[in-house]
Design a protein around this ligand. Structure first.
Ligand code: ADP
Ligand code: MG
Length: 355
């Protein structure tokens, strides 16, 4: 029934990386049902529901890989676990409506601890108007595993995919980038200091913004609303979970286009920049490769240039080119640097966090 695997070569997961592995495992999967409008390959699957479409997305968070409970309050974890999924629905220009929660925990966790986690989930549900409609609970041999699936809705003509970018479209980003990564580095540093000398209290003063960006991110429902009010429908959109470079490349690959990003246009918050200099990390590196910002990256037709200027919280960072699959960064001194997807690789870097 099964092939003799002993004769087969063994490929390490690290040879493929996360995206390579997804591509490989799903290489011959094609939708069988006409109602599956979009299967694998975007922020959410898109399912025909008459005039509307139903959007489905799921994210898995594992203790020790995606979160460290020594500095992550469980309430924050619950909030974040829900919100990162809402972000994927907004990235399709939809509204999240329901969620189901898969939870595996060992007996190391108390009822009170899990209740805190649920407080976070409930707060996110309330703020974003999403119903928690089910889930599954199991025991784990060790640690905590969370899997959340969110179901959303959009009018059929409203859905925005990763594949709609075309030459000369403007590349835009919401908010600012790199803060969540600096928050992570700060928490990791203070954890090491505490481990070396438990008498030392963590020095987190003056770093509220980066910590909040890491521990309690928000999904950009407001941006999606503002774009709608301004009469702008993005031609392509994705949320930034793995870093700007990786997401720009996803839009380029799915749309069969290239992109140019101007380094001096990349929005970085002042507190983030200050911490970058303390850690001797270039702010551009934090923005390009950091990840977990949950901002929206999108493209708009050039004709919407005037309109986008009036949308608060959006920065035009570059434009789309005809050079398929190639994304470049233009430095302030006019050097051209090829962008590579340095999103987290779970399989080679265990210290990484990713979604
Ligand atoms: P995002 O960062 O927006 O959550 P991912 O990079 O995790 O997206 O996933 C990209 C695409 O691959 C999505 O369409 C997702 O549903 C799909 N995908 C991820 N893992 C698997 C898997 N194990 N099997 C099938 N599809 C997957
Ligand atoms: Mg996404």
């Amino acid at each position: 029934m099964f092939e003799d695997r002993s004769k087969k070569e063994r490929t390490e997961l690290s040879d493929l990386g996360e995206f390579g592995l997804i591509d490989y495992l799903t290489r011959d999967i094609t939708p069988r049902n006409a109602s599956t409008l979009k299967g694998i390959g975007d922020d959410a699957a898109v399912i025909d529901a008459g005039n509307d479409v139903v959007l489905v997305t799921t994210d898995q968070l594992n203790e020790g890989v995606h979160f460290d409970l020594s500095y992550t309050p469980l309430k924050h974890l619950g909030y974040k676990a829900a919100v990162v999924n809402f972000s994927d629905i907004y990235a399709m220009n939809g509204r999240p409506e329901q969620m189901v929660v898969g939870l595996s925990v060992s007996n190391r966790f108390s009822v009170e601890a899990l209740d805190s986690f649920y407080e976070g989930l409930k707060l996110a549900s309330e703020r974003y108007g999403v119903d928690l409609v089910g889930g599954d609970t199991t025991s784990s041999a060790s640690g905590m595993f969370v899997s959340i699936t969110v179901i959303g809705r959009a009018a059929k003509e409203e859905v925005v995919y990763r594949h709609g970018a075309a030459e000369n479209h403007l590349l835009c980003v919401s908010g600012d980038l790199g803060a969540a990564y600096m928050g992570l580095l700060l928490l990791e540093r203070e954890k090491q200091v505490f481990k070396a000398n438990p008498a030392m209290q963590p020095d987190l003063e003056g770093h509220d913004y980066v910590l909040e960006r890491m521990l309690k991110p928000e999904a950009r429902r407001d941006i999606v609303g503002r774009l709608r009010e301004a009469g702008i429908t993005p031609s392509a959109m994705i949320d930034i979970s793995d870093g700007l470079a990786s997401e720009v490349l996803h839009i380029c690959q799915k749309s069969g286009v290239g992109a140019v990003v101007y380094e001096d246009k990349i929005p970085v918050d002042a507190e983030t920049a200050l911490l970058c200099s303390e850690f001797q990390i270039h702010p551009t590196t934090a923005a390009l490769n950091g990840g977990e910002d949950y901002e929206l990256l999108f493209t708009i037709p050039l004709a919407d240039h005037e309109k986008i200027k009036s949308v608060a919280g959006v920065t035009v960072i570059g434009h789309i080119t005809g050079e398929a699959g190639m994304a470049h960064l233009v430095t302030p001194d006019n050097r051209l640097i090829t962008l590579t997807a340095q999103g987290w690789n779970h399989y080679t870097d265990q210290s990484a966090t990713a979604s």
